[in-house]
Design a protein around this ligand. Structure first.
Ligand code: SR1
Ligand code: MG
Length: 397
């Protein structure tokens, strides 16, 4: 049998038992479907003492159906990327136990004791380690898969191994095209229509979005997660796990950094309209900005240390080069944070940080903030020299 959806729970249990030896008790195993993502099917197999997760890809997008076909190679890429990230950032990814090409499925560690970061942010949970964890994950995975670390042949083979055209096409369209025009896939709430139309007529913004798209498609710097939004991060008080790298490919480091910063800023925008006391919201907004500060400071420090200790190419170890590279990465990250804010507000794939605000007029205040901040980040990214200047910009919107 190949590439068919698991027909029933018994098939999923059989798949786990024939590919792992983890369960000490197998008679009481049961299956729960737990996937709430857009693209794949995800199951937990458990006997209440032990559990694993099974993820399966079908040749189409789960939420759309066969009308939007998608390459099955994405599941190989996802399993392989998780293993690669595990070499460099083992604390921050689940273990992958087995990948089965014929079933387009893999089995991995259950991180069910963690909470989805998007839900945690909406519930205003303060996670003191989050910024540091994300900064370390980004520095380790991006450095070790780049030309700073790999030799010329390894790097080129890796770029080829992660060619992921279908998934990249989704990003190329949903980030850089749809939200900047009146596209049929967009979803714009009625009170935001005027602001969206103004955005769609902003030619200088479209030029900057085009530059970001070109950079995304042509700058194969490192193995990206490439869908690093808050729904791809799971958290607990002292732990962070990054999952779901099915969009992984070789692209600009700034896309991953900007995507996650953009998601923290989307929650910042949502705080305006989410339930709660003004002081509580203000304190949480401060926490979000502090988390961005820590994320960037950690990335910057760790990346520089890795270059100084492990860079194998003397040209890239040249004094001054890494500083220029990191500065460029920060500026472009600001641009990608902006595209994430805009596409989550008027594009196809909205997020609960904004959509859970029930009153559409209250929500529109947060959405307008997200559009204004997104545009400013894209257009002014070369002037945003540091997180302090980002903070000033956010506070001026
Ligand atoms: C049709 S897929 C929509 C979005 O879900 C994924 O998680 C990516 O963020 C993609 O843009
Ligand atoms: Mg995903």
């Amino acid at each position: 049998m190949t590439n068919a959806k698991f027909a029933n729970d018994a098939e999923i249990i059989e798949f786990v038992l024939s590919n792992t030896a983890l369960f000490t008790e197998t008679k009481t195993l049961r299956v729960e479907e737990i996937g709430d993502g857009n693209i794949n099917f995800v199951y937990r197999v458990t006997n209440d003492q032990q559990s694993v997760i099974v993820k399966q890809a079908l040749p189409y997008i789960r939420i759309i159906g066969e009308g939007w076909p998608l390459s099955l190679d994405r599941i190989r890429i996802e399993a392989q990327c998780l293993k690669e990230e595990g070499l460099w950032a083992a604390d921050y990814v689940p273990d992958v136990y087995c990948f089965d090409q014929a079933r387009s499925a893999f089995i991995m560690e259950d991180i069910g004791d963690h909470e989805n970061l998007r839900h945690a942010l909406i519930a205003r949970r303060v996670l003191p380690e989050l910024g540091r964890h994300l900064g370390e994950f980004l520095a380790e995975t991006l450095f070790h898969t780049s030309d700073f670390y790999l030799d010329n042949e390894q790097k080129k083979a890796a770029v080829a191994d992660y060619i992921n055209p279908d998934l990249c096409k989704i990003t190329e369209e949903l980030f850089f095209w749809d939200p900047f025009c009146d596209h049929e896939r967009n979803s714009v709430s009625p009170p935001l229509k005027e602001a969206a139309e103004t955005l769609w007529q902003d030619d200088s913004l479209k030029v900057e979005a085009a530059k970001l798209k070109y950079h995304f498609m042509n700058d194969a710097q490192a193995l990206l997660h490439a869908d690093l939004h808050s729904g791809s991060v799971f958290v607990k008080a002292d732990g962070t796990k990054v999952i779901d790298p099915e969009f992984a490919f070789y692209g600009p480091m700034s896309f991953d950094i900007g995507s996650i910063i953009g998601n923290l800023l989307i929650n910042f925008a949502g705080q305006l309209g989410l339930e709660g006391e003004a002081e509580e919201k203000q304190a949480y907004r401060e926490y979000l900005l502090a988390t961005i500060d820590t994320l960037w400071a950690t990335f910057h420090t760790r990346f520089k240390a890795l270059v100084s200790e492990q860079c194998k190419d003397p040209v890239f170890a040249t004094v001054g080069f890494v500083d220029a590279f990191i500065a460029h990465t920060w500026h472009e990250s600001m641009g990608y944070a902006g595209t994430e804010l805009i596409r989550r507000t008027v594009g196809l794939a909205h997020v609960a940080d904004l959509d859970s605000i029930e009153d559409i007029h209250v929500r529109a205040v947060s959405e307008k903030f997200a559009l204004d901040l997104g545009s400013a980040l894209i257009k002014q990214r070369q002037d945003i020299k540091s997180p302090q200047i980002l903070r000033a910009l956010v506070q001026a919107i």
